[in-house]
Design a protein around this ligand. Structure first.
Ligand code: ATP
Ligand code: MG
Length: 398
């Protein structure tokens, strides 16, 4: 390494840096998240455009792998910093870096954020390109499809040299947009929906409806496992476990078969809205996808959604099942999600659930059951646990 170069990582915030009013809050949160994930074993400096990370004891690969789990980072770049902006020094260091690389075509990209730098961008690109051609044999310039891009960023105080960048998770730092309550079922959809909500900066709490003895401990553990997976994106998750047995049995006994699911889901929504408001969650998030099942037709969504006022966000509303499965695999949820444990929605499934439920009928049927008392009891008896990424691994118990 040249006398003046320092190897470091810098991050591009992407979308983050366009948020004028909240920008410093977002960047500060990202800084805290990174410190937490990297256990303070780094030095961080930042401005509105870039965040610089210098390792203390960890190696670069291990740091990069951890940075890949943090929302709000759009690009991770391994770079070399020069504190001397003299053109000859820049040239000398570039050649030194290029000596260790094999490539046959290249181009030079220049970003000149320091507008007072005496040489303009075009000239820099030409000078540096010519210098590289002169000093390294058997290479040529290819502006369209180069094997190597030599990036030079001239900043106020320093110059950055780098080659390629690694894609980060993108999105916003978790929590910067507030809190939401995820209806987490243990299926394929809801963990993916949760992931996408977190990506938009939403901190999650989760709610799970269980119906013991019709649903098992194993089904609950599966949900805990999925919550833990979501918690591994640097954010503990409070999981509210609601005993739904009384409500479900009562619905099963008293409500016409084709409306079972519709009414059941109206009850879930009502309870979720109360838990959300008590815990300062501004939205409900769930894994519904348009047309996937009878309860997810537009008319059904309308009949079900109408019992709450809080916004219900459905990140997967317009995704195909195959797209959802592919995302589920990407986030390592799939293997857990497909474990065959009964869900409270699947145990009392009617043969022909109504596809176009009428609100007036829902209300009429609901008047047959003391649902407000039952909801009160279910919420009173809820069990809330905190799930952290370091929690026991429940997959052992499944
Ligand atoms: P899959 O995830 O494979 O679709 P599912 O559990 O989502 O299975 P659906 O009937 O499609 O089954 O449920 C729609 C959404 O309602 C779920 O994505 C989830 O957000 C919520 N939900 C369903 N059952 C429960 C439950 N037992 N506890 C909490 N939320 C649930
Ligand atoms: Mg579903």
């Amino acid at each position: 390494m040249g006398d003046f170069m320092q190897k470091l990582i810098f991050l591009k915030y992407g979308e983050l840096s366009t948020k004028k009013d909240n920008r410093s809050f977002f960047i500060k949160t990202l800084n805290d998240d990174i410190k937490k994930v990297l256990e303070n074993d780094v030095e961080i400096n930042y401005d509105y455009g870039r965040m610089f990370i210098v390792p203390k004891n960890q190696d670069f690969d291990s740091i990069i792998n951890k940075l890949k789990t943090i929302f709000g980072i759009h690009e991770i770049v391994l770079a070399y910093k020069l504190d001397n902006k003299d053109l000859n020094i820049i040239k000398q260091n570039i050649i030194e870096l290029l000596k260790n690389k094999t490539f046959s075509t290249f181009k030079v990209e220049v970003k000149r954020s320091d507008k007072d730098y005496p040489i303009d961008g075009m000239q820099l690109r030409k000078d540096l390109g010519a210098h590289i051609l002169k000093n390294i044999s058997n290479i040529k310039v290819d502006v369209n499809n180069p094997e190597l891009v030599v990036n030079i960023e001239i900043r106020k105080k320093e110059v950055l040299l780098f080659f390629d960048s690694i894609k980060g998770l993108g999105g916003y730092p978790v929590g910067t947009l507030g809190k939401g309550l995820l209806m987490l079922s243990g299926g394929i959809d809801s963990p993916v929906a949760g992931y996408l909500a977190m990506k938009r900066g939403i901190k999650l709490e989760a709610i799970y409806f269980e119906s013991p003895p019709h649903t098992s401990e194993a089904a609950l553990n599966k949900v805990k496992s999925l919550a833990k997976l979501l918690a591994s994106y640097n954010s503990d998750i409070k999981l509210h476990i609601i005993n739904f047995t009384e409500i479900q049995e009562n619905i099963y006994k008293n409500i016409p078969n084709d409306y079972l699911i519709t009414i059941m889901r109206r009850m879930m929504y009502r309870i979720s809205a109360i838990i959300a408001s008590r815990n300062n969650c501004k939205i409900i998030v769930n894994g519904e996808s348009i047309g996937q099942v009878a309860s997810q037709t537009l008319t059904s969504m309308n009949a079900i959604n109408s019992v709450v006022n809080i916004p219900v966000i459905r990140p997967l509303a317009c995704f195909d099942k195959l797209e959802i499965i592919s995302l589920s695999k990407d986030i390592n949820a799939y293997e857990t999600s497909i474990l065959p444990y009964e869900d409270c929605c699947t145990i009392f499934v009617p043969k022909h659930p109504v596809i176009n439920p009428e609100k007036s009928k829902c209300e009429e049927y609901e008047s047959l059951i003391p649902y407000e008392d039952m909801i009160y009891r279910a919420i009173k008896n809820k069990n809330t646990i905190k799930i952290t990424s370091k929690e026991t691994n429940y997959s052992d118990l499944l």
